[in-house]
Design a protein around this ligand. Structure first.
Ligand SMILES: Cc1cc2nc3c(=O)[nH]c(=O)nc-3n(C[C@H](O)[C@H](O)[C@H](O)COP(=O)(O)OP(=O)(O)OC[C@H]3O[C@@H](n4cnc5c(N)ncnc54)[C@H](O)[C@@H]3O)c2cc1C
Length: 472
């Protein structure tokens, strides 16, 4: 049996036979969480409910909290970001400490956290992207949707991303919600973005953009698209943009649609109704989903170092699977965005990581008693905030019950942040508290107000740290 399997079996056995439930008021467990996205805050909420005297320390690699809610969710979806209000309440609980600018695997190791705390929850998400692995992929102006999203949302790593929007045709590879987010940002009239929290430099670049046509390329058909109806409706409503699809790709669907599960049925019906929207005459931009095509290679354009075209194989379907034929087509494109999924990394060599699946090995969030994983790091990079919440609630409950049924012994004395804090101090690392973040937040909101925007994000880590230090 794999050693991890033995540990999991042992943990399950402990859970089954443990009968002595501890009085929650009699213990003061010290827990820590790595990452400060939804998977972290939702788990913390559950733990706080179950363990009245717990201390939860949340370590985040950036000086600012909230993960993909800040750096992933599209700027024109402000209502989605309202979850930040609940996360803020959790962070302001006296039993919770936010410690920003601390990166697991660089500033602190998993072993150090395990020594300092009774339990450790890994919730550091998925921050890498997948490659297509086809010839020409290293040409200029081929980027991942992840980088592009990070660029317009002010993720410090992506703020200096270099690419050229002085082109007319864009190919997005992938047909999920992230693909639709980036298509919408590229095709939106600039006035629709001006008041959002989109970064100023991307607003300026998008205002000068020459993009007229965005193709959304998928290996399978209209029945398999991974985007949701809300996101597709937004494309239909975009001013001066018409939606154009190939009617042949929908052949035979009439007979299938009535038997589809309800959400898929409604989405397919809407797709069929929108095969070519009538706004063509007044529109100067086009959104063009293309089905049944597998990317095979990229070719350079007039500029030999930049992408100019994409060769695709035409597919047929066998059941739910796309099967390539020998027929090839060329699609002109001056910019390519790969939107084929995010990928987690092994932040510390002691983490049992499944490189093939790109996630941390776990059973219901348990890696071993005292070590847990929640959110995209444990489930793989799929699902919206709601599904991440469901997962994190369950993991948080498991963490609390493992303490209450003594699977994790919280009577052992643990130093918690006393130890980790001194370690970080020795290394000269400036930590950022939640109150420090609130100062950064204030500055962002007031800079935004001056420009008639929700906020103007600070994109430079040094500047964040200067504001956090209170000595600008
Ligand atoms: C582009 C995009 C748009 C989306 N839009 C929506 C939407 O509109 N609606 C919706 O419901 N869902 C949306 N989602 C999905 C949603 O963002 C995820 O379900 C959710 O954020 C996953 O939460 P998480 O906590 O697992 O990961 P994350 O939100 O990624 O949080 C992980 C945190 O860990 C930190 N971290 C990383 N490495 C380390 C380290 N080594 N040490 C310390 N900290 C670290 C990161 O900085 C980050 O703060 C979107 C996702 C993407 C990618």
């Amino acid at each position: 049996m794999h050693p991890l399997g033995r540990v999991l079996a042992f943990s399950q056995k402990c859970r089954r036979f443990s009968t002595n439930v501890i009085d929650p008021n009699s213990i003061q467990p010290k827990l820590c969480v790595v990452g400060s996205g939804p998977a972290s805050f939702y788990a913390a909420q559950q733990i706080l409910k179950a363990l009245p005297k717990v201390q939860i320390d949340i370590f985040e690699r950036l000086p600012v909290p909230f993960g993909l809610v800040r750096f992933g969710v599209a700027p024109d979806h402000p209502e989605v970001k309202n979850v930040i209000n609940t996360f803020t309440k959790t962070a302001q609980d006296p039993r919770v400490k936010f410690i920003g600018n601390v990166k697991l695997g660089q500033d602190v190791s998993l072993a150090e956290l395990q020594n300092a705390y009774h339990s450790v929850l890994l919730a550091y998400g998925a921050e890498e992207d997948r490659l297509l692995g086809i010839p020409g992929e290293n040409l200029d102006n081929i980027l991942s949707a992840r980088e592009f999203v990070g660029w317009y949302n002010g993720l410090p790593n992506n703020k200096d991303l270099k690419f050229n929007l002085n082109i007319e045709k864009v190919a997005i590879i992938g047909q999920g919600n992230v693909a639709l987010d980036v298509a919408r940002i590229l095709l939106s009239p600039i006035d629709l973005l001006k008041k959002t929290d989109i970064t100023e430099y991307s607003l300026a670049a998008l205002a000068d953009s020459k993009v007229k046509e965005v193709k959304l390329i998928g290996r399978r058909g209209p029945l398999q698209v991974a985007f949701t109806i809300k996101e597709f409706r937004e494309m239909l409503r975009l001013p001066r943009c018409f939606v154009n699809m190939n009617a042949e790709d929908f052949a035979g669907l009439d007979a299938i649609v009535p038997n589809l599960p309800r959400p898929r049925k409604r989405l397919t019906e809407l797709l069929m109704k929108s095969i070519s929207t009538s706004k063509e005459t007044e529109a100067d931009k086009c959104f063009n989903p293309i089905f049944f095509r597998t990317p095979k290679s990229f070719q350079s354009g007039e500029d030999a170092s930049s992408v100019g075209a994409l060769t695709v194989a035409v597919n047929t379907m066998e059941g739910e699977n796309a099967v390539e034929t020998d027929v090839l087509e060329t699609i002109e494109c001056g910019l390519v965005l790969r939107s084929i999924g995010y990928k987690s990394i092994q932040a510390d060599s002691a983490i049992p990581f499944n490189s093939k699946r790109g996630l941390v090995e776990n059973s219901g969030g348990v890696i071993q008693p005292g070590l847990y994983v929640s959110g995209w790091l444990g489930t793989g990079p799929v699902g919206v905030i709601l599904s991440t919440m469901t997962n994190a609630f369950a993991v948080g409950q498991t963490m609390a019950s493992d303490i209450l049924n003594n699977t994790v012994d919280a009577s052992i004395k643990k130093p918690g942040f006393e130890f980790i804090g001194s370690l970080l101090k020795k290394k000269g690392i400036q930590t950022v508290s939640f109150a420090d973040w609130e100062q950064i937040d204030k500055v962002e909101q007031s800079r935004g107000k001056e420009k008639g925007k929700l906020r103007e994000k600070i994109v430079d880590v040094k500047e964040m740290l200067t504001i956090a230090s209170g000595k600008p």
